[in-house]
Design a protein around this ligand. Structure first.
Ligand code: E4P
Length: 217
């Protein structure tokens, strides 16, 4: 499973990228607003740092406007994936932009039917939002599983990009189901390294190291 990092925080992306943990980056208007940066400038900086796809989202609602914005975003760098919302206009924009050879990430997906339409419209990525479904007592992981089944039934190339990930547990569950990509905030990716038994075991080893005076250097 590829790891995308869901942030526009340059230092956080660099730290994970240097460790080989970043296969791509996702942003959205809220993430850009939080960065306080100009969307074109910060997106360019991310694209220069990361080899994989960098999702940059359109900010209009009408298909023609999304297409114009998508074309401008795509000029930032060859690794831009234009992100469009899963509306009828967004699907129209997806079809045009993907036919023109751009990567397109269709976002705000909350149903298997929406994912089916995005695949038909030529999406490179479909982004089902797990956490936001869990927030309203729906099962986001079930949705990932349903989309996996449907895409495999018909051989769709669209990659399942599990999004709105809130916990390290979501990451391993998505990997078990077979999501192609999971995008998560840096804190969640780092939390994957944590285990209470690792901490406990290490504390025991450190106590014995101290008691026995074990040294290597
Ligand atoms: C993904 O592309 C989205 O930017 C993101 O995962 C949304 O996550 P949130 O629901 O935590 O805002």
């Amino acid at each position: 499973m590829k790891f995308f990092v869901d942030t526009a925080d340059i230092d956080a992306i660099r730290e994970l990228n240097d460790l080989g943990m970043v296969d791509g980056v996702t942003t959205n208007p809220s993430i850009i607003a939080k960065s306080g940066r100009n969307i074109l400038e910060v997106t360019k900086e991310i694209c220069d740092m990361v080899d994989g796809p960098v999702s940059a989202e359109v900010v209009s609602l009408k298909a023609d406007d999304m297409i114009a914005e998508g074309r401008k975003l795509a000029k930032i760098a060859p690794n831009i994936a234009v992100k469009v919302p899963l509306t009828w206009d967004g699907l129209k924009a997806c079809k045009v932009l993907s036919d023109e050879g751009n990567m397109v990430n269709v976002t705000l997906c909350f149903s298997a039917n929406q994912a089916l339409l995005a695949a038909k419209a030529g999406a490179t990525f479909i982004s089902p939002f797990i956490g936001r479904m869990d927030d309203i007592n729906l099962d986001g992981l079930d949705l990932i599983e349903d989309i996996r089944t449907i895409y495999d039934n018909y051989g769709f190339d669209t990659q399942i990009l599990a999004a709105s990930i809130r916990s390290a547990n979501h990451m391993s569950e998505c990997a078990k189901i077979g999501a192609d990509v999971a995008t998560a905030p840096p804190s969640v990716i780092k939390a994957m390294a944590n285990h209470v038994l690792t901490d406990k075991g290490l504390a025991g080893f450190m106590a014995d190291i101290e008691k026995a005076g074990i040294k290597i250097l």
